[in-house]
Design a protein around this ligand. Structure first.
Ligand SMILES: [Zn+2]
Length: 472
């Protein structure tokens, strides 16, 4: 494919004269700095003129007037929900799932899955996300098609295949749409198959994890088998946990434990385990997470829009829990823009604690970068701009009215920025987007296909989406 050749013809790139937000252990910011990228890795970082590249760069990007940041890492994404964006507004989680999201997703076919994934990946790339953790891919979405789209896009991603055996959520029994129900043996077999086929492909950009859905979906025995499988394959696990009060009620009633205590008991706890939401986890559970190294993927837009609650993020961090940031999905957020997500993540903690000093812009940027890398077990490879790490880097403009005057770059990014301020995206040393033009994907075709497929999907599912106002 012509596009891929164009990407390969740039083994070395010099980013010249930008403000580098390194996110290294000292959190250095370098005004007027250069970054040299070679063979997919960052080879030098410093002030302009401070280092001389070993070889002449094949390609130069003028970064003057721009921020140079590590690519953003979204730790909780549903690729298959981009196609149903805005289909379930203004309802609570169980209704939201049962009346809208599951009937729609239960009518997906593999081409819908691919179209939705491409739409989602396009949106993430255009707003500066370079790595994501997809949490639940049901078989009907077409795992191979989605993995192919990820490979083609140039993005880095973890794809988690759903593992489940009960069509319940928390204490609500058998509420899942029949099109979404899968059995344990098939799920476990498929994780192994897809792991063998895809994990480590595309120069390591594609990873495959277990997606253990949520409480009410698996028996304790199945959770244990997932934990054993992950250990054997050397891979990770992600699931929803403590998102709503129903999770706590369920864990107490069924197992006489708090949700994270139960997950620890069945072996689903460790450094490559990501629990989405964690709104209702308690201090004793934070201690388990901190001791065992599990991550909470904080999803503030989803939690506030569904009125699930506000996760006590500063307290979790204080207890040593690694917290990442996630956009969740099209019907709960309703966008996949990590820069917009960062602002809300900060503001809701300030108002919850009546304390404007908590969750500063700097602390929030850690969630979206280095903490995300830690969540995925990739802190040695991505999440900061340091020599030896993979060249996953974004350039953000600073000349827009809402980013002027350019005083504190972190404050502007978190409190005033938006995804569309991202100008350039580099992943694995390849320029994937430049001047907001994505080079690996056909933007018009993806949007056209998504519109066409969404219309047909709504008809098949028998769901109508309209404004509450009369629409002629
Ligand atoms: Zn989710």
């Amino acid at each position: 494919m012509e596009v891929q050749c164009a990407l390969i013809l740039m083994p070395s790139i010099l980013l010249k004269g930008g403000t580098i937000v390194t996110m290294d252990s000292r959190r250095q910011i370098i005004r007027s700095g250069d970054v040299f990228l070679e063979d997919g890795l960052i080879s030098n970082v410093g002030k302009v003129g401070e280092f001389k590249p070993q070889s002449r760069p094949e390609y130069e990007i003028d970064a003057r007037g721009k921020l140079i940041l590590p690519g953003l890492i979204d730790t909780h994404v549903h690729l298959a929900q981009a196609l149903i964006r805005g289909c379930a507004d203004d309802s609570s989680l169980i209704d939201w799932l049962q009346k809208f999201v599951w009937p729609l997703q239960g009518n997906f076919d593999a081409e819908d899955g691919r179209a939705s994934a491409e739409l989602c990946i396009l949106e993430m790339l255009k707003s500066g996300t370079t790595t994501f953790l997809e949490s639940l891919l049901h078989t009907r979405y077409g795992f191979d098609g989605i993995a192919e789209s990820l490979q083609k896009s140039g993005m880095r991603g973890v794809l988690s295949k759903t593992v489940m055996e009960m069509p319940s959520y928390g204490t609500e029994e058998s509420i899942m749409h029949t099109g979404m129900i899968e059995d344990a043996e098939t799920c476990l077999r498929e994780v192994e198959t897809y792991h063998k086929r895809w994990d480590g492909k595309a120069d390591g950009r594609v990873r495959v994890w277990y997606g253990a859905r949520s409480l009410g979906a698996c028996t304790p025995e199945l959770y244990s088998r997932i934990a054993q499988g992950a250990k054997r394959l050397g891979t990770g696990i992600t699931m929803h946990l403590g998102e709503v009060r129903e999770d706590v009620k369920y864990a107490n009633k069924e197992f006489g434990k708090m949700p994270a205590e139960f997950m620890d008991q069945v072996g689903v706890m460790g450094p490559r385990v990501v629990f989405a939401h964690g709104v209702w986890l308690t201090e004793s559970e934070w201690k388990i997470l901190a001791a065992k190294g599990g991550t909470v993927a904080h999803c503030p837009s989803s939690n506030t829009k569904l009125a699930s609650g506000i996760a006590p993020v500063p307290e979790m961090i204080q207890h040593g829990v690694n917290v990442g940031l996630g956009c969740d999905g099209g019907p709960s957020n309703n966008c996949y823009d990590m820069i917009r997500e960062m602002k809300l993540a900060s503001l809701i903690q300030k108002v919850r604690l009546s304390d404007p000093t908590v969750m500063s812009a700097e602390a929030i940027l850690e969630l979206a970068t280095i903490n995300g890398a830690t969540a995925l077990g990739m802190a040695g490879e991505i999440g900061s701009i340091e020599a030896g790490k993979k060249a996953d880097i974004i350039l953000v403009r600073t000349d827009a009215p809402h980013l002027t005057p350019p005083l504190n770059p972190i404050s502007h990014l978190v409190y005033a920025g938006e995804g569309s301020d991202v100008d350039t995206v580099i992943i694995d040393g390849k320029v994937i987007m430049e001047g907001r033009k994505v080079k690996t994907l056909d933007e018009d075709k993806i949007i056209e296909e998504a519109n066409r497929r969404a219309e047909k999907l709504l008809l098949r599912a028998g769901i109508k989406v309209n404004s509450k106002w009369e629409t002629g």
